[in-house]
Write a protein that binds this ligand. Structure first.
Ligand code: NAP
Length: 294
């Protein structure tokens, strides 16, 4: 059925059905009207962004469509009330958020490339130049959130060419990612560094937390309690670091001849700073490599 639908069909689709997101009325509405946003890939990140924008009421559920594997599409649509889409429905979407793995882009791009659509990608290492080439448009925005998007505390970097700015895609993306945390405009040449530092940091910090807990367990603290203490101290330190320079905080905790300075000396002996700097560098270089492979 095409857009110039019969009045009866229109009335049916307008009625909608609040009780079931998969009922024919809603499917019909999804296929007939233009949709403001489609999310392709509702895995960890895609689903978190979807939940963030619904929570913030940035868009109505009826204005959002999703596409993943058939099972996952149905499951997430049922959970959230957004529209389950098929590939052919994407041409009616004003903007498409691509939140699949970078390796899936080559196959996916020709299937989702439509004129007059704006694209937002969160795929690590995929440049706006590659997105433009594969999607056949300059209306592309590159965004890099991090796992904290799952709890609404992401730091997300965004960039895009003039065409994306003029079409309102950058503005839309800023608003979209503001629903899951803070948003920063960043020159694209710094994206791999941002990815290596901010987007990868939850993994580095998780290793620190686990190692701290191991230290506690080694000294006799029960595992569950040690893990809880490690999480608590990271959260509290994060809050303090919003107000204080790290060096000031470190100096405040380190009384002369006290326990903390002994612990710090042990960390310095193991070159923990150098290890973290190297981790960011290695992840940044890997980002360059992945970009080149595209
Ligand atoms: N996780 C992070 O911390 C993080 C941070 C920043 C950026 N990113 C980027 O975000 C993107 C998504 O990451 P993620 O962690 O959310 O991955 P994920 O959990 O694997 O989610 C990706 C989803 O897309 C689906 N998918 C694959 N091919 C598809 C296709 N052709 N059409 C529709 N759906 C398809 C996958 O299904 P299958 O599982 O069946 O393949 C999966 O459900 C990646 O590009 C990653 O680089 C991730």
């Amino acid at each position: 059925m095409e857009e110039a639908q019969s009045p009866m069909l229109k009335a049916e689709s307008d009625k909608g059905c609040k009780s079931c997101s998969l009922c024919p009325h809603r499917l019909l509405a999804a296929r007939l009207g233009a949709m403001k946003l489609a999310i392709v890939g509702v895995g960890k990140m895609g689903k978190s962004i979807l939940e963030g924008l619904l929570r913030a009421e940035m868009l109505e559920a009826s204005d959002i469509g999703i596409l993943d594997t058939p099972e996952r599409t149905q499951q997430v649509a049922l959970e959230t009330g957004v529209q389950p889409l098929r590939l052919e429905d994407l041409r009616r979407c004003e903007r498409i958020l691509l939140s699949v793995q970078p390796k899936d882009l080559a196959t996916l791009a020709p299937q989702v490339a439509h004129p007059n659509t704006g694209y937002i990608s969160i795929m690590a290492g995929v440049s706006t130049a590659v997105l433009s080439r594969r999607l056949g448009t300059r209306r592309v925005v590159r965004c890099m959130p991090n796992l904290a998007a799952t709890i609404g505390k992401s730091s997300s970097a965004i960039t895009g060419p003039r065409e994306a700015e003029e079409a309102g895609d950058l503005e839309f993306t800023r608003a979209l990612f503001a629903t899951v945390g803070d948003v920063y405009d960043l020159p694209e040449r710094l994206f791999d560094a941002f990815t290596g530092m901010s987007a990868s940091a939850p993994a580095y910090v998780a290793v620190v937390a686990e190692a701290l807990a191991d230290g506690g367990v080694k000294q006799g603290i029960p595992r569950a309690q040690a893990l809880q203490l490690a999480a608590d101290v990271l959260i509290a330190t994060g809050e303090l670091l919003r107000k204080k320079h790290p060096a000031v905080l470190k100096d405040e905790v380190s009384s002369p001849g006290g326990t903390t300075i002994y612990g710090l000396a042990a960390l310095e002996a193991r070159a923990v700073r150098a290890a973290l700097i190297e981790a960011v560098e290695a992840a940044t270089l890997r980002g360059h490599e992945l970009g080149r492979e595209e």
